[in-house]
Design a protein around this ligand. Structure first.
Ligand SMILES: [Zn+2]
Length: 340
């Protein structure tokens, strides 16, 4: 009787295990057949009722069935394990040929882009870059540049004052004075930076903008040195074919003073709407440093002479990239900035 029951358990186990599909199924079957309260264990507990001479035979048969079920479970487990692993690998497969997600890369602001080029041009001519404070004393921004308190030039530079003596610099010329005061000639500097003037914001005006000023002081410096330096820079910025022209102008801190023009890079100098038919575009002012300014900074104006020039960075960049609204520079619109 018991022997038949064992045989039946063996067949059931075999059948169930064949149909098992997951590790969970196998584990449930293991508990069902081999567990402490499992089918085989409970059959073995019935062995006590058997006559002693039958026990070894049944015991052997029971062991044989248990070994059989154990072996089958082991085999089935590894088979299912393999299949489940394959399935998982398939699901987790990484397609390395898929295009990656684009990474946002920062860009240089167009003002910086052009400033770097200008700095390079002047560094290659032996200039160093000098910076100074944006909150400045009146004497460095005006007085020592030959612009006393009653000078009409002050009217053209509407100034943000903190106190009668302290202001937001209206020009980077203040850096030139600071350098001349502490450094003996020869001097060859470029001072780029932010300047501030009270102004309504529109397409061509902003109360904050950038200037680039240059200063050279040495023995025997003349207007031709100035022209040479400006030509080198203009060619670097606008190409080899650009021509540079200087024409008389007036600034308190230079004598004589000149307006700097470059030949129109749209029409090549023939005259177009862009240059208003003149063939030339003004990019800044320049001149020989006024001896009064040199003396005021403790430099011997008989022994030394020098030239200075100044340009608005925004204007240069607007000309270069044909940008028609200065506000674009300050709005941080990524669609605009991505063009450079
Ligand atoms: Zn033109």
């Amino acid at each position: 009787m018991l022997k038949e029951k064992l045989q039946q358990v063996r067949e059931e186990a075999a059948e169930e295990l064949r149909r098992a599909e997951t590790s969970e199924d196998i584990e449930a079957l293991r508990i069902l057949f081999l567990g402490k309260k499992g089918r085989i264990t409970s059959l073995l507990s019935e062995m006590g009722k058997l006559p002693p001479e039958e026990r070894p035979v049944i015991g052997q048969a029971a062991n044989e069935v248990r070994n059989f079920v154990e072996a089958m479970i082991k085999e089935k487990k590894s088979e299912i394990g393999r299949r489940e692993l394959e399935l998982r690998l398939k699901k987790e497969k990484l397609d390395i040929t898929l295009p990656g997600k684009p990474v946002m890369i920062g860009r240089q602001h167009p003002l910086h882009l052009v400033l770097d080029e200008i700095e390079d041009a002047f560094i290659s001519m032996g200039f160093t870059i000098e910076n100074g404070p944006e909150v400045e004393f009146d004497k460095y921004n005006f007085e020592k540049l030959n612009i006393p308190a009653d000078h009409p030039a002050r009217d053209t530079q509407d100034t943000f004052y903190f106190t009668p003596d302290i202001l937001l610099r209206t020009q980077t010329s203040s850096v030139q004075v600071r350098v001349m005061e502490k450094q003996a000639p020869p001097i060859r500097i470029l001072s780029p930076g932010r300047v501030f003037r009270i102004d309504e914001i529109d397409a061509t005006h902003s109360p904050v903008f950038h200037q680039i000023e240059g200063l050279v002081i040495d023995e025997g410096i003349t207007m031709s040195h100035l022209k040479g330096a400006l030509e080198t820079m203009a060619k670097k910025l606008f190409g080899e074919n650009v021509k540079t022209r200087i024409r008389p102008d007036y600034f308190p801190f230079t004598e004589p003073s000149a307006e700097i023009c470059v030949s129109c890079f749209r029409c090549g100098g023939e005259g177009c709407r862009f240059c208003k038919g003149e063939g030339w575009i003004e990019i800044g002012g320049a001149g020989m440093v006024n001896p009064k300014v040199l003396e005021g900074c403790g430099i011997d104006s008989v022994k030394y002479s020098g030239f200075a020039f100044g340009m608005g960075l925004e204007r240069l960049v607007m000309l270069r990239y044909k940008i028609d609204d200065i506000r674009m520079f300050f709005e941080n619109d990524i669609r605009f900035l991505n063009n450079f």
